[in-house]
Structure formats: C-alpha cells, structure tokens
Design a protein around this ligand. Sequence first.
Ligand code: ADP
Ligand code: MG
Length: 598
Amino acid sequence: MDSHVGEVDIFQQCKYIHEVELVNMKLQMRILETHIETKDRLLRNLEDIIDEQESRIANMEDFIQGRATTYTNRSNMLRGISVLSLDFGTLSEENLRLKSALSQMQKVARVNEILETDEDYESDMTSNEDRFALSRDSSCSVPRSVSPQPTGDVIKPYPQMVQSMREEGQWKKLQRCAEELKNEKDELRRLAVDTKDAFNVCMAEMNMLLTSKTTDFFRVLIERYKAEMEKRKQLHNQLVELNGNIRVFYRIRPQLASESDNQKPVVVIDEMDNGVVHVSNTSGSRKTSAGADKVIPTGFSQEQIFNEVSPIITSCIDGYNVCIFAYGHTGSGKTYTMDGPVELPGINQRAIMQLFETAKERTGDIKYDIKVAMMEIYNEKIRDLLNTSNTNLTIRQTEEGKGSIPGLEEVTVSSAQEVTETLARGRKNKAVAATEANIESSRSHVIVRVLVSATNLITKVTTVGRLNLVDLAGSERVSQTNATGQLLKEAQAINKSLSELGNVVLALRQNQKHIPFRNCQLTRILEDSLNGDSKTLVIVHLSPDSKSLNESISSVNFAEKIGQVFTKSGTMKREPARRSMTGVSSGQRREIPPSPRK
Ligand code: ADP
Ligand code: MG
C-alpha cells in the first residue's frame, strides 16, 4: 500500500519536472521563432529601403541625363528607417520579456534539482526556507504567459507545489532519520552483545587467573607449612628424647565388612597436619585432637607400622627400658597391632625378631641374651601366660627400687621359630571373654616382656634392657557393654585399672609429689615405664565406626592427657653399669624444662 503511494508520488514529481522542461522548451522555441520573425521583418524593411534608394538613384540619373524634367524627393526611405527602428524597439522589448521568463524557468528547474539531490537535512531545510522565500517573492513567480499549461491534469500553483514538495522532502528526511535511528539502535544492540561477550571472556580470564594465582599461593603456603611442620616434628622429637616424655601415636583401623554400611568414617586425619585427627559425625566435627607425634593412616601395613616404632625398640639393646602400649576401646584394633594375625604378625613378634637381628649384627665383644615373658592382668590378678600354674603373681620392689615379678616364667629364645612358638603359647592361655561389644575382645591387659641382657665379654659387666609390649583391655565404659555377672566384674576391673592409669597420668602432669602407681596392678607394672625410666610409646587406637564415636572421643582425650606427661626427672636413665652405645651418656643430657606440646 505504502509502496503504491510512493510510486504515485514519484510519478507526480516526474510529471512536474517534465512539464517544467516542456514549458522551457516551448519558451526557447518561441524565442527562436520571434527572432526569425523579427529578422524576416528587418530584411523586408531593408529590402524596401534598398528598393527605394535604387529608384531614387534612377530618378536622379534621369533628371541629370535630361530624361526627366522634374526631380521628386521621396520620403519612403525615411519611413522605412523609422519602421525598422520601431521593429528593433519591439524586438528588444520582446527579447527582454523572454529573457526574464527564461531565467524564471531556469530558477524553477534549479529548485526542483535541489529538492531532488540535497542530502543534508539542515542545509535542505535552509534551502527549503530559501525556496519558500523565493517562491513568495513575486518577482520570482513565473509569468502567466510562460507558466506550464499541461493539458488534462490540474496542476497546482507553484507555491503550493513547492510547499508540498518541501513537506515531502521533510517526510523523506524524517523517514531517513527513523531509518538511521533504527540502524543505530541495532548497532547499539550489537555493541551491547559484543560488550557482554567481551565482559564474559574477561571475567572468565580473570577467574582463571585468580584461581591459578590462589592455587599457587595456597600450594606455596601449604608446602611451607608442611616444611615447618616437619621441622617442628624433628625439634619435638629431640625434645621428647631429651625430656623423656611419652610419645603418642594414633592408629585408625580400616572399616570392617560388618561396618561397611557406614557412608563416612568418623575419624579422619587432618589434611595439613599428619599429627592431628578429627572425630566427627554427620552433624559436624566433635573433637579435634591436639598434635600427636604421628597418626598412622588406615592403609598402613603391619610392616609399615613396625618401621615407625622400630627405632625406639632398638634402643632397648642399648640398655634402655622401652614400653609400647596399645590403648583404645574394644574392637579398635589393639590386639591386631600388638599381636596380629598369624600371617600378618604385629609389633610383638617383629620387635623380638629385630632385637635378634640387631644383636646378631653386634656380636663380638658383647653377648646378648633374650628372654620372653608373657602375663595378663585379669580382674586385678597377674597371670603368667607361659605358665598357667602361676595364676596370682605379685609385684615386688627390688633393691634398686624396680618392680619385679618373682616366679614369672621367662623363656630364653634364640630363634624366630622359638619366638613364634612362645607367643602362640601365651596367646592360647589368654583369657578371652565374649561381650556384646566385641566377641573376640580380650578382657585383660596382656603384657609381653622382653628382657635383653648384654654381657661385655671383656669386662664381664651385664646390663639388662626391658621391653614391655602392653595390649590393654578395652577402654569402653561398663554401660556400653551391657555386661552382667562375671563379665561385669571384668569390665569394672578394666575400668578401674584404666582410670587409675588416668590418675597416674594426671598426677604426673601436675607434677604431684605422690603418684598413685600402687592403686592397681596395671600402674604398678607400668611404673617403670611411666616414671621416667623408660622410653614410652602409646598407640591410641581409633575406630572409623560411627557406633564407637564417643569411645573414640574419650580415647583422644586420654591421648592428649598422656601426651603432656613429662617423666619425673626429665632425663632418660639407663642401667648404671651400662656403657653408652649411642655415644650419648646420661650425664651428657641436658635437663630441659617441660613445655606443653602443640
Ligand atoms: P581390640 O583388640 O582393640 O579389641 P582387635 O584387634 O581385636 O580389637 O580388632 C577388632 C577387629 O578389627 C578384628 O576383627 C581385627 O581383625 C580387625 N582389625 C583391627 N585392626 C585392623 C587393621 N589394621 N586391618 C584390618 N583389620 C583390623
Ligand atoms: Mg584385644
């Protein structure tokens, strides 16, 4: 519809232009015709003048020759000249008028041209204004005689025509403006999309940069932190060595098939510090341990664990008293660590084997003698596990102030085979009582005592190092075991001995004068190990099972307490008659005031 209107308008304009040109042509034709006509007339007048002149000359000749008697002066020539001048005047006037009409037509043609070709809106407006002013100027109006007179269509008067053309021009300009605005809008939209894309790319790059920088930063921090932790551990080890306090390891046993329903282990090692454990349940962290000497990860094999403890065991050969004991609730893996399955023997067997190996390496001036004893404390009675007839042994104080158990069977072992057999015998005799907590659980404290005698073949002086390997009974509370009768009695005895162990630890930590070692058989046997005359390692066992969450928390509490104990003298003592084999004599050791571990 719009395009049709546009075509009609264009047609109308073309028609006007055509008409103007037509008038223009007609005017030119008219000018030419007038010229020709005037020239013809002039020629005719000139011919008349020439004719008259010729007849005058002939007349004068006739009069002079005597062929004529009179001479008539004729005025035809003058009349011809005046007619000619009149004609010239007429021609001049005509010419002037034609000239004026022609210039007017040229102006109109120019206006049309400008209307068609002017691109600039402002100048166009100005030129329209000018044209409008021009059209109002009466002198510029086309004379009636020369205005176009097309046949058929009614032609508008020129001012109206100019006005309508001007409006049309403005309309076109407006359309062009609208078109330009639309284009600009599209351009802006494209720009916005481009900007958004560029922004997204920038943000992604920034993000990547930030992530990589942060990751690098954290990596460096973590490396530094770990390096510092390593240094701290080394220093701590030295301090432990000098102070003689108790080392604490944690061992987290793997989840058992019966527990595999649990989604998440409740005990995990801290990612940053391999000496810290977190005990948590689904509602979040319940307990974070203080730094222990080491946390043995779940995946560690029996051999790997032994490698961790072997340095302390070796010092037994040098005459030190060494005590390793396994603490933890029933089912946490104490017996597995100390005794272990037959195919994967635990610390007990490996420790005795290592003592053999080390003794073998050192043969020459010194003769080693290794004896093994096994006992259990069951319901506060010391039972000999290598001699079942010794059911109620007692602890006596030796002249040197050491605890000894008279009558306890000590079996000399000289081969791996003998070690295995001896331990198997003791295991068989061990009292095992089924409880709801763990049907395989041991309800007694089991102590494997290895005595290493070293006799100097030249001086004949003998020194004895003692290695106590203690598998404590379960630390769970009586209320959890639903025990009654005999089992209740067992549980109460276990609880009592473990709480006495806790009291001893507390008294040692508070540097009390009186340490209640005598309150139960367990602390009496361990007195040598805890009072500074021994290198002591406590392996606190934790279970990943959520059912044991509370027990694991109380085990961590116990580990923290025992880790802060500094042995009585702050110095490691060895048997007086011994000669140092490590090159460090007790006299050389400096006493360092106890400081709390981190
Ligand atoms: P506890 O002596 O503390 O009562 P046990 O040593 O009897 O606990 O271990 C309880 C159960 O867990 C046993 O079946 C044992 O085989 C298993 N167990 C303990 N520690 C481990 C371990 N590190 N790897 C595999 N199984 C283990
Ligand atoms: Mg056990």
